[in-house]
Design a protein around this ligand. Structure first.
Ligand code: 3HC
Ligand code: NAI
Length: 696
């Protein structure tokens, strides 16, 4: 019997215990072990019931994701589930921690389910580009009804024990040791004369308007196919006998297993966990952070303070004047009110954060005992240096001094202190209390434990933290500037901003680049273009049409006009038709004869620019691994998760074809389209970005 599954007799019950740390994933050895144990129980004289329990922190977190993409090995999970359900013995699952995916499917093949009050269940396969493949789409609707099954399976959300019981997924919720609770429950069931109760024999559930549900789910998925496919599988459970429905589910599961979307999403799953595991931080202890100072309480400072308060830490916020400090507090209160409204925090927690854990000041003397400072003042080197000199004077030794700068050279900022090892970039994204991404920007001199502290803070704040080196724009904004430039070039050459946005939302981006610019504020890019103008290479093509908008006071959503025009209070804009004349005038001035672009060409150019810059960022060591870039684009820039990130997308598209595109585009503009040396090298060697991820 494999060590992953243990057999143990308790009176007339055989206890089958899954022991596959850390999360009892259902790898081949577990599947085989479960079958062996079940057979043993059936032959074991006097055994009347079987109890399934998980060892350690959880029942079962699902199939072993590391096996996906490899040839499947028997016994297959659907067969294991069917075998459990068909047993003549009474089978009960006693669940704690999480029962996800295949874990819940195993539980649904048991005849009764009991769980701890803190247990959570769910079928999150859609987040891996799949649908439940071991009977989940057939059994869940039989116990919970069609509407609940559609909700749970297409959203992949986790459900708490109480809700799961209300839905009919669980029979009982009881506190205690899972084995003891399960054994007691079995005693009761046997005493009541109850035996096997296969879910597959339960009557089919209520019907839905399947085509409408399918269409709505497809729309919501922005190009992701697995949730909509799952609707069809649930439909099969309503319309076909159980065994036929199961075959349908299996067929769709196998089809999805072969897709790029499955590869992309599983890459995202593992990369999200790999970003924070850096060899340089092995064994390095972060510094203790309980009290954080935020300098500047504008858009970013207020958002950062909100995130820090939500994580349970104390914040001292420093502003230039009492009036500015009060305005900052109002912003923070507004952010927290949003969290309160969405049920994320209680009324008491809201009051506690604003009254007990937020201190406002205009004096640096109040920062003498903080553990970490995050500076979020105006994006101006002189102002930042002034702030850091003052921090140098008042902060205690060992305090971490962080800047939230978007583009400025952090090494230069650090020169005004005598402790450059304590200086780091913590680059948040707007709105800082909502956006998942945090770039931890490491200078040549940042001390390892300061880097570890940045990552620890990111974790406490619930962020996806990615290590970046110092350069203009770090990882994300540097790549953004390049693909945004490619979009600007296409506008000069004949595409409209709205056509480009449409092509890219069609690709799966949450928003197109022009809608994003309107949201962020067009003044940001304008200031950057002015800053860079003096050093600009004569060969660089820079469109003037966004400047014309800014010169007229149009900064996007906040002024009501940008690339789009926004009705008061509306976030969805209509194309700004006046822009057409502005663009046409610029084309005429430059002697450009506009040409038509297809959506496919728009996507190819945009993605080629993104991948090329991303390869430069990796090649120069600004990002350590391709997966780090992928996570930045996914967590901070609305890149479709089901495509895994730009470099995973490039691997799947074929690096050769991406490089060929870049070389073709370079014939028109060899200044902008300079192929990344790393991309050329990988193509030459027949390797992929993922090979570099694996090499660590
Ligand atoms: N297979 C393989 N490894 C898994 C795994 C799985 N299903 N789930 C988690 N792991 C690994 C993680 O990669 C991580 O490994 P690492 O330590 O080497 O980085 C380790 O287990 C711990 O995971 P987390 O760091 O995520 O720990 P948390 O406590 O934060 O979260 C969890 C635990 C809620 C179980 C979370 O890991 C999770 O959501 N896992 C995925 C669950 C899932 O998607 N299940 C469905 C699988 S598909 C399926 O079942 C198909 C079926 O229908 C046929
Ligand atoms: P903002 O203009 O909204 O806020 C800046 C705040 O800093 C103002 O409230 C101002 O009163 C205060 N301030 C200025 N000088 C100060 C000083 N010497 N001492 C104390 N307070 C001072 O600017 P925003 O957008 O919040 O940006 C702040 C920083 O964050 C900049 O470095 C910016 O590049 C960066 N950033 C901005 C993002 C965005 O989307 N807005 C995203 C990520 C980073």
């Amino acid at each position: 019997m494999p060590a992953e599954v243990q057999y143990n007799r308790q009176g007339d019950t055989a206890v089958i215990r899954i022991c596959n740390p850390p999360v009892n994933a259902l790898g081949q050895a577990v599947r085989a072990g479960m079958l062996d144990c079940l057979e043993k129980a059936e032959k074991d004289e006097g055994v009347r019931a079987v109890l399934l329990v998980g060892d350690g922190r959880t029942f079962i977190a699902g199939a072993d994701i590391r096996e996906f993409g490899k040839p499947p090995q028997a016994p297959h999970l659907p067969d294991v589930c069917n075998r459990i359900e068909a047993s003549a013995l009474l089978v009960v699952a006693s669940m704690h921690g999480v029962s996800l995916g295949g874990g819940l499917e195993v539980a649904l093949s048991a005849h009764y389910r009991i769980a701890q009050p803190g247990a959570r269940v769910g079928l999150p396969e859609v987040h891996l580009g799949l649908l439940p493949g071991a009977g989940g789409t057939q059994r869940l609707p039989r116990v919970a009804g069609a509407a609940a099954a559609v909700d749970l399976i297409t959203s992949g959300r986790h459900v708490g024990a109480d809700e799961a019981r209300t839905l009919g997924i669980l029979d009982e919720v009881r506190e205690g040791d899972p084995e003891a609770v399960g054994l007691a429950y079995i005693t009761e069931l046997l005493a009541a004369g109850l035996g096997p109760r296969p879910v597959s024999r339960m009557p089919p559930h209520d019907a839905l308007d399947w085509d409408a549900v399918y269409a709505a789910t497809l729309r919501k998925g922005r190009g992701q196919i697995s949730p909509a496919q799952a609707v069809r599988a649930i439909q099969a459970s309503a319309e076909l006998p159980f065994a036929e429905g199961l075959k349908e589910e299996r067929r769709m599961f196998r089809e999805l297993m072969e897709t790029d979307q499955r590869q992309g999403m599983i890459h995202a799953f593992f990369s999200e966990r790999a970003v924070s595991s850096l060899p340089e931080l092995k064994g390095v202890e972060p510094r203790d952070v309980r009290h954080v100072a935020v300098i500047g309480g504008g858009t970013m400072g207020a958002g950062i303070a909100t995130a820090v308060l939500l994580a349970g830490l104390t914040v001292t916020l420093l502003e230039m004047s009492q009036q500015a400090a009060v305005a900052a507090k109002e912003r923070i209160a507004g952010n927290l009110a949003g969290a309160l409204k969405r049920g994320k925090i209680s009324e008491a927690a809201y009051d506690g954060m604003l009254q007990d854990r937020l201190v406002l000041t205009t004096s640096y003397d109040d920062l003498s005992d903080v553990d970490l400072v995050i500076e979020a003042v105006f994006e101006d080197m002189q102002v930042k240096k002034q702030v850091f000199s003052q921090l140098e004077a008042v902060c205690r030794p060992g305090a971490v001094l962080a800047t939230n700068t978007s583009y400025l050279d952090i090494d230069e900022i650090a020169t005004v202190t005598d402790r450059p090892g304590d200086v780091i970039g913590l680059h948040f994204f707007s709105p800082a209390h909502v956006m998942k991404l945090l770039e931890v920007v490491v200078t040549d001199q940042t001390a390892p434990e300061v880097v570890a502290t940045g990552f620890a803070l990111g974790k406490a704040l619930g962020k996806t933290s990615v290590r970046a080196g110092v350069c203009d724009g770090f990882i994300g904004n540097r790549i953004l500037n390049t693909y945004r430039t490619a979009a600007d070039h296409m506008v000069l050459d004949g595409a409209s901003p709205w056509q480009i946005d449409k092509a890219l939302t069609g690709f799966g981006f949450a928003m197109g680049p022009f809608a994003v610019a309107d949201l962020a504020g067009l003044d940001i890019g304008w200031a950057m273009r002015k800053r860079r103008a003096p050093d600009r290479d004569a060969r660089e093509r820079v469109g003037r049409y966004p400047d014309v908008l800014c010169e007229a006071g149009h900064f996007g959503q906040k002024t009501g006009t940008g690339f789009y025009v926004y009705e008061a209070g509306s976030r969805a804009g209509a194309p700004n038709r006046n822009l057409e004349q502005i663009i046409a005038a610029e084309r005429a001035e430059r002697g450009i004869r506009p040409r038509a672009f297809t959506e496919e060409e728009i996507v190819r150019r945009y993605m080629a620019a993104m991948v090329n810059e991303a390869a430069k960022v990796v090649g120069e060591g600004i990002a350590r691994r391709p997966l780090d870039v992928d996570m930045v684009l996914l967590a901070g820039y609305g890149f479709p998760r089901y495509r895994g990130g730009p470099l995973k997308w490039a691997d799947m598209t074929g690096l050769k074809s991406v490089l060929a595109d870049i070389e073709t585009f370079a014939r028109e503009d060899d200044f902008f389209w300079q192929p990344a040396p790393l991309l050329e090298k990988l193509v030459r060697e027949g390797r992929s970005f993922d090979d570099l991820n694996k090499a660590g």
